[in-house]
Design a protein around this ligand. Structure first.
Ligand code: SF4
Length: 407
């Protein structure tokens, strides 16, 4: 993209930039790296309109990385509930703790060095009341070493927050580059899946590399932060997946797909890799009105508090399934009731689940049963939740859908 195109792109952005909670009115102002990181992570796989409220709520509760680093996972999941892809929330928390630990270590070393230098006998080491201001790293290498931060998020932090000339490449930029240059392959395509003749010597990595080359060309410019963000905005609002608004696009002069009237052909369709999964969810209630919850060792929602579930064929919902005995004793069961089915999606899985409600009798030795059946090899943990609090305790739609079918 030449400097003339970038200039047009920039002035389009200045006139059309939407007001967003993570975007300051002054588009030239460096951003808070923490806010960039949180918003960009939320925006992965999720619409801006959805993220808006989540981001505001999140920033009220966790206004900075120091606050987040002190939070526990259950609370973080609650603020993420509904955004899906919970591994993102777990990684955000892990990264916050790593960044703050590193900052704290640096603080201690600096204090010790200063004390040695001045031969001071009083050293102001941290105590529980000391809060060190933590900062996200400023290099791609350090950022990409953190959980959940990939090439795109690292580029966004370095570019938007620190104004470095760093490239970013998200789905919006891929769509724009594909149309601008008529690239009929995706960065994720493997050579054996290619849909176009490729240049000799092109390797499996090259498809992604070609897109990154275009992204780096954009970033290699003054005000790269604005060009990067403008392209993301252009992709979202003008160069849309369906029916791009080419007449009002600042890049239509050099867009090959527009000139050739082939915008519908680019980018090529992605191969869907959806997997169907059928299973059963158990809503187990004790005689004293507590609901059985499990964390870990399950097919889905690893590490999150969820209802026990397992794979099962359609129609296998009569009586107590054998898999239920991984959690309870058959002798302790008073009633078993099929409460219907629900559909749900987790990552590429299209899920259909039967919901089985199991009421235990008064004789059920809950604590013993659970301790003895705990499977230490897969880190499964079990607990009982007060029935009156289940809807506020489970932080995933999968469990909530099963509970709604039951109660
Ligand atoms: Fe996208 Fe149309 Fe602009 Fe080309 S001219 S970049 S297809 S909106």
């Amino acid at each position: 993209m030449n400097s003339e195109s970038l200039k047009r792109l920039r002035s389009w952005f200045v006139k059309n930039a939407a007001e967003l909670p993570w975007r300051p009115a002054d588009l030239d102002a460096p951003r808070d790296a923490y806010a960039v990181w949180i918003s960009e992570t939320m925006l992965q796989q999720t619409q801006v309109s959805t993220v808006r409220d989540y981001f505001i709520r999140w920033m009220k509760r966790f206004p900075n990385i120091e606050t987040l680093a002190k939070a526990d996972e259950a609370e973080v999941f609650k603020y993420w509930q509904g955004l899906g892809y919970y591994s993102r929330a777990r990684n955000i928390l892990k990264t916050a703790k790593i960044v703050c630990d590193k900052n704290n270590e640096s603080y201690d070393s600096a204090v010790l060095r200063q004390a040695q230098h001045t031969s001071s006998s009083t050293i102001a080491l941290r105590d529980s009341t000391t809060t060190i201001q933590c900062e996200m790293p400023r290099t791609r290498k350090e950022l990409e070493a953190l959980p959940g931060i990939g090439a795109y998020t690292a580029g966004a932090i370095l570019s938007l927050a620190y104004h470095q000339r760093e490239a970013i490449l998200d789905g919006n930029l891929v769509r724009i580059f594909s149309r601008l240059y008529e690239l009929d392959f995706l960065p994720t395509d493997k050579v054996k899946e290619r849909r176009c003749p490729i240049k000799s010597g092109m390797t499996e990595k090259s498809f992604s590399e070609i897109y990154w080359e275009y992204a780096r060309e954009v970033a290699d410019s003054p005000k790269a932060y604005m060009h990067n963000e403008a392209l993301m905005e252009l992709g979202r609002t003008v160069c849309k997946t369906k029916s791009p608004l080419c007449e009002s696009c600042p890049l239509n002069k050099e867009c090959r797909a527009f000139t050739d009237k082939r915008t519908a052909e680019f980018p090529p369709a992605k191969k869907r890799t959806e997997k169907n999964w059928h299973g059963t969810v158990l809503v187990i209630e004790s005689a004293d009105e507590k609901i059985f919850a499990v964390s870990g060792g399950q097919k889905f929602l690893d590490g999150q508090l969820s209802l026990p579930h397992f794979e099962s064929p359609r129609g296998a919902t009569v009586g107590l399934p054998a898999q239920a005995e991984n959690f309870i004793n058959a002798d302790d069961v008073e009633t078993v009731k099929h409460c219907g089915t629900f559909r749900h999606s987790i990552t590429v899985h299209k899920i259909e689940c039967d919901v089985l409600y199991i009421k235990l009798n008064k004789k059920a030795k809950i604590a013993v049963s659970i301790t003895t059946r705990q499977n230490s090899s897969n880190n499964a943990k079990f607990e009982w939740i007060e029935k009156a609090k289940v809807f506020e305790t489970f932080a995933n739609s999968f469990s909530l859908k099963a509970l709604k079918k039951t109660f």
